[in-house]
Design a protein around this ligand. Sequence first.
Ligand SMILES: NC(=O)c1ccc[n+]([C@@H]2O[C@H](COP(=O)([O-])OP(=O)(O)OC[C@H]3O[C@@H](n4cnc5c(N)ncnc54)[C@H](O)[C@@H]3O)[C@@H](O)[C@H]2O)c1
Length: 278
Amino acid sequence: MRIAITGSNGKIGRATTARLLADGHEVVGFDLDGPRGPGFTRVDLRDYGQALDALLGVTARHDGVDALVHLAAIPVNGLVPDATTFHHNMAVSFNVLFGAHRAGIKKIVYASSIIAMGFPFEEPPPYLPLDEGYTAANNTYGLVKVMEETMVGQLVRWDPQLSVTALRFTNVVGENEYGSFERAGELDYRRELLGSYVDARDAALAVSLAVEKAPPGFEAYAIAASDTGLTIPSAQLAAAWFPGVPLRKELGEFETLLSIDKAATRLGYVPRHLWRDR
Ligand SMILES: NC(=O)c1ccc[n+]([C@@H]2O[C@H](COP(=O)([O-])OP(=O)(O)OC[C@H]3O[C@@H](n4cnc5c(N)ncnc54)[C@H](O)[C@@H]3O)[C@@H](O)[C@H]2O)c1
């Protein structure tokens, strides 16, 4: 397949580009910045004209794509004022997702986040392991993630052949970002993430599986490693962090508290890069 990746020069974008190329796909990257040359075009996706035109074709790059992976965003609150995060990310996602629909692209995979599931969990989750059945946003970055899911839930009604997958990534850890795991024995480490993490290469694996396997319609999947980032057993973490919150299953010793069962069952997602094995 020929696949467009927005945010191709970012953390998940670089890992995803490598994954999709290794899987035998052709990749066209779009980003504000990136390596000049084949496979990349500089685009400011805040501009609908640029977004739509780049999806339809770019001279010397491509004449149409089979699928879209949308990763471009301001990836956290705090980098710019809160309202700017909202306006930027909402405009970019509308331009890219609606533009893809206009361009007739039938397969879309995009980055959602644990931020759409109640991060940083000052209010306890309703149950554990937490899954895609729960949606809650606590800041403007999260609001956009929730609104994107609402938007694509309607877009797939307009085109019954359209497949859209939201991957609700937890905190994505690049290969050189494992330093903080020194704190794995501390009870407050990663509490705001329910103890979860995911290696960037496994985030990219989830993208690749969704591109290949997702059927028409809209689905959201939580994407995490299969273990927590802590050396304290998961049942102990759940009891200490969220007393009284019901456990929906018996937990393995270090089993993730952010359920990846749906991604495992429907997409065949099995994370390969666990910090414990490093
Ligand atoms: N990193 C994480 O822990 C994490 C967790 C959950 C979800 N996500 C989501 O995954 C996606 C990718 O995150 P990341 O960590 O790779 O972020 P990143 O900041 O490393 O990459 C984002 C890329 O998007 C590009 N971009 C931003 N605005 C743009 C615009 N207007 N036009 C064109 N390109 C633009 C940036 O230049 C950057 O290269 C985002 O949607 C983010 O919200 C990330």
